[in-house]
Design a protein. Structure first.
Length: 316
């Protein structure tokens, strides 16, 4: 079982003329939770969700995808909204109307193997302080694998120096870090993402993965580094692709028995071929999402039919 902590919101995505908006449930952690559930994992999303119209739309979407929702107490009385516009390459620019002011951490059940968080939930205060304290507590106990995706949202953040210091502190609390090359270009202008991955690994994680968009993904463990190439796909848009990658990554690692209490050493010692297959699976999940409109990750039957992933009998 995997617990995801973070924002769930309603995306309002403009058409090419910005005259009509389509509403789609979103939020990076919520997308990861849906992606994991569709791949067959048991998932709880601990989030800030209000019983208003946007909240009911998002909640219905989560329940329809077999995501268990744990509503966190919060100060705000409205579900968050994000306005999005797509460019010619399918990339999204966001304008957020969001609050993340949860006052208590979620319950982490004894059968939970992995805690995943990141994005706005680890960046926007005061809720980010609650989440970071949760990461710190779970890291001390060693009872779960901690996964982090910083998923930088510049319009919501402070100075680059302050945000890079925050992210580095949180990276030191994680076992798995997934980050995009685009995020790293904002945090460390002019620095090779591979150099950042090496430096972040030294802060404490067992695995750091950098997604490279159409160029695939790069990963470092304490023993080696690998790069895997993405297949060519007809891109509809890239909304939710990074979150789908994270879902595929965690699902494959869970299927390999590399998540949970006392599995940190095994995770750090993953073989080169094993990591390559894990990355290939995550890339395939993200690529499939790019071929569809919106954050619409594939289901486990898609993976099984293509002989991908733990539910297809693959041994990572």
């Amino acid at each position: 079982m995997i617990t995801v902590v973070g924002e769930a919101l309603l995306d309002l995505i403009a058409d090419s003329d910005a005259q009509v908006f389509a509403s789609r449930p979103g939020g990076s952690p919520a997308n990861v939770a849906v992606g994991l559930a569709r791949l067959g994992a048991q998932v709880t999303l601990a989030t800030q969700l209000v019983d208003d119209l946007p909240g009911r739309i998002v909640g219905k979407h989560l329940r329809a995808n077999d995501v268990v929702v744990q509503r966190l107490p919060a100060q705000s009385s409205a579900t968050s909204i994000a306005l999005a516009a797509l460019d010619n390459d399918g990339g999204a620019t966001y304008d957020f109307r969001i609050a993340w002011d949860v006052t208590e951490p979620p319950r982490i059940l004894p059968d939970c193997l992995c805690l995943h968080t990141g994005s706005i939930a680890t960046a926007l205060y005061p809720g980010a302080a609650v989440v970071e304290d949760l990461m710190r507590t779970q890291r001390r106990s060693g009872s779960v694998t901690i996964s982090l995706d910083p998923n930088i949202r510049p319009s919501l953040l402070g100075s680059i120096d302050g945000e890079s210091a925050r992210v580095e502190r949180q990276v030191g609390l994680a076992d798995i870090v997934k980050v995009s090359a685009e995020d790293l270009r904002w945090l460390y202008p002019g620095t090779d993402p591979r150099t950042v991955a090496r430096d972040w690994l030294a802060r404490g994680p067992a695995l750091v993965v950098v997604t490279l968009g159409a160029d695939g993904a790069y990963a470092r463990t304490p023993r080696f580094a690998v790069t895997r190439i993405a297949p060519q796909v007809s891109v509809v848009d890239t909304v939710g692709a990074g979150d789908a990658f994270t879902a595929g990554l965690l699902d494959a690692l869970g299927g390999a028995g590399l998540l949970g209490r006392s599995r940190r050493e095994q995770l750090a010692a993953i073989t080169r071929s094993g990591l390559e297959e894990v990355l290939d699976f995550a890339i395939a999940v993200a690529s499939a999402t790019c071929s569809r409109q919106g954050a619409d990750p594939p289901h486990w039957r898609w993976a099984a039919n293509r002989h991908f992933g733990p539910r297809a009998g693959r041994d990572f």
